[in-house]
Design a protein around this ligand. Structure first.
Ligand SMILES: Nc1ncnc2c1ncn2[C@@H]1O[C@H](COP(=O)(O)OP(=O)(O)OP(=O)(O)O)[C@@H](O)[C@H]1O
Length: 448
């Protein structure tokens, strides 16, 4: 069992002394800040798993440095402050930095938190090699990098509560898997997990999709229909792409979250909403509020607990391991022993994977189909996915005359989707159709 390293920057000498005498803190390998440079600089140079920082308004530059640094997603933070509102520190909290204890400091609960961290950190492996093919897994999530271990801890913590969560991260980074894992780790695990894409709900049917309807409630309502709140009863309702729900409809959701009640269309019966909400977005929620895409009041209801899913580029340590994980999975399914060549491994490790894990997974699956036994770089088809100059002209010139229009449409849709790393909102926008239309077309092609 390895001893985790704790970085301590505490200015108040009395508090520093009290903490250092505590048996809980002495279990860690302690790294104290010195006077030679700022605490954020010193922290970046130390390989610590946890940082305890007493901070104030004068630390603005340190806070800013942390916001720009990947260490924020790799290690956990416990901040102690006087309680004076500090926008930069709030930003760090929103990015999932960890804990913030305000004055008057309750030393006992601070030590409890440190004890918790000690237990979690000391039982985790910390020496995972970058080329390891046996990645750790928590729930449905695979990955051994520090940001993933931190994410697992966050999910474990929030899973035992009933707080609504807002999962923020780039497209393909694994937000739905995070929501599903949260569900599996919670007391609701034996109840349903229901996922809907808010961008794909048709505005006319939104009430019915969410709350259900009674037979005869409107033209075409031939029988009773259960909405997602009823389907997810006792479990978790995952509202994907929440910022894509028309703003005028968001108020309906807000009402349910406030009252805990909903009424199916055409019914006079009121039901209690016994669900935990996990919502997700690939937009910056603050920007979405400023752009009028997300109601601020809804944001505060949803983000009782924000969870940030780091993009794949912040988990370099996992990239090759994930590729090998997906390959091993296919090998077992197909009873094969296909392998990546050394060049392919280099390419996988150095590619930028803008579409995150989804893009990586699809590239491995494509390569698996194309390769016989050794997967070479060209099998990944990474170049083919890059938009070229005059892309439209080239594409038009390469479509043989006489090809059915629906075939051309399908090819264009799937290619645009691949270019966008699977993001349906961006794809729909580029193609000039609604997300709902895109979903209908994908359903027609039976494309997952
Ligand atoms: N950590 C992970 N381990 C294993 N598979 C992963 C991981 N993260 C993502 N994936 C896979 O990548 C794909 C995309 O994941 P997911 O749908 O959860 O992403 P998302 O962030 O919700 O995307 P979007 O914003 O486009 O809805 C899925 O096939 C998922 O199984």
């Amino acid at each position: 069992m390895s001893r985790p390293r704790l970085f301590i920057h505490v200015r108040d000498p009395k508090l520093a002394d009290e903490l250092e005498r505590s048996a809980i803190i002495r279990q860690f390998i302690i790294v104290k800040s010195g006077d030679d440079s700022t605490w954020s600089e010193q922290l970046q140079q130390q390989d610590c798993e946890l940082a305890l920082i007493e901070t104030d308004q004068h630390d603005d530059a340190d806070h800013q440095a942390l916001l720009a640094s990947k260490i924020l997603t790799e290690i956990d933070f416990i901040f102690i402050s006087s309680g004076t509102p500090n926008e930069r520190l709030d930003q760090l909290m929103r990015k999932g930095a960890g804990y913030h204890f305000r004055a008057p400091l309750d030393v006992a609960s601070l030590l409890d938190t440190l004890h918790d961290f000690y237990q979690q950190l000391s039982t985790k492996r910390t020496d995972v090699s970058a080329t390891c093919s046996e990645l750790d897994q928590f729930g449905l999530l695979v990955g051994s990098s520090k940001p993933m271990l931190k994410l697992y801890r966050t999910i474990r913590k929030v899973a035992v509560t009933d707080a609504n969560v807002l999962i923020v991260g780039e497209s393909g980074a694994g937000k739905e898997l995070v929501a599903n894992t949260l569900h599996l780790a919670s007391m609701r695990a034996d109840k349903p997990f229901v996922a809907i894409n808010c961008g794909a709900l048709s505005p006319e049917l939104i009430d019915s999709e969410l709350f259900g309807h009674n037979k005869g409630a409107f033209t075409g309502a031939h029988r009773d229909h259960q909405g997602v709140f009823a389907q997810a009863k006792g479990g978790t309702l995952f509202l994907d792409e929440i910022t894509e729900m028309p703003i005028e409809h968001q108020v309906k959701l807000l009402r349910v979250l406030e009252n805990g009640e909903y009424r199916p269309v055409g019914s006079d019966k009121v039901f209690s909403a016994q669900v935990r909400i996990a919502a997700a977005t690939n937009r910056d929620p603050m920007q979405a509020i400023a752009d009028g895409m997300l109601r601020e009041d809804l944001y505060f209801r949803l983000a009782q607990f924000p969870i940030h899913v780091p993009p794949l580029r912040e988990r370099e340590q996992d990239v090759l391991g994930l590729a090998q994980h997906f390959l091993a999975y296919r090998n077992v399914q197909e009873q094969q022993t296909k392998q990546f060549s050394a060049e392919t491994q280099c390419l996988i490790a150095s590619h930028s994977w803008a579409g995150n894990v989804r893009e990586l997974k699809h590239a491995v699956e494509r390569a698996y189909i194309l390769a016989d036994s050794i997967i070479e770089p060209n099998h990944l088809l990474l170049d083919e996915c890059m938009p070229g100059q005059n892309d439209c002209e080239l594409a038009a010139a390469s479509v043989p005359v006489g090809v059915r229009l629906d075939e051309v449409e399908k090819a264009v849709i799937l290619r645009t989707l691949a270019l966008n790393g699977g993001n349906k909102t961006d794809t729909a926008q580029q193609l000039g159709v609604s997300v709902k239309t895109l979903y209908n077309k994908l359903e027609k092609y039976q494309f997952d």
